[in-house]
Design a protein around this ligand. Structure first.
Ligand SMILES: [Zn+2]
Length: 126
């Protein structure tokens, strides 16, 4: 489960431009516990709706304040910036501290794309 939120990351813009291919976009993550640095690719995150752990999903929704839209019984989530949220689970290679990044990505105008951090959480150890 989520232990706490890392301060200072909410709404940080990681990308704003014309490139639709996010596969090369990396986030320079610094572990808060040990200071280890890692370049993190974000495109392989999972959709919030695909998170199987219902308690964790509820906790994410409560803490991230995503917008929800119910279309014919299917729930769609959007970040405050109206982007598609992805959850990226991380484990520090050095100290094994576990983190969860919630990152919004998508098109904000025709041919203009953004990646914006919603929240970064520290998770409890397994
Ligand atoms: Zn670490």
């Amino acid at each position: 489960m989520i232990r706490n939120e890392m301060k200072g990351y909410s709404s940080v813009v990681l990308y704003d431009g014309e490139e639709k291919d996010f596969s090369e976009i990396e986030f320079n993550f610094i572990c808060e516990t040990c200071g280890n640095k890692a370049n993190v690719k974000l495109v392989d995150g999972v959709k919030i709706s695909d998170i199987k752990d219902e308690a964790l999903k509820t906790d994410i929704l409560n803490r991230t304040k995503l917008n929800t839209k119910d279309i014919a019984g299917i729930i769609f989530y959007k970040t405050r910036e109206n982007l598609n949220p992805l959850a990226k689970f991380l484990s520090c290679e050095s100290c094994k501290e576990r983190y969860l990044l919630i990152v919004g990505m998508g098109e904000v105008q025709p041919a203009r794309y953004k990646i914006v951090i919603s929240k970064i959480f520290r998770l409890d150890p397994n």
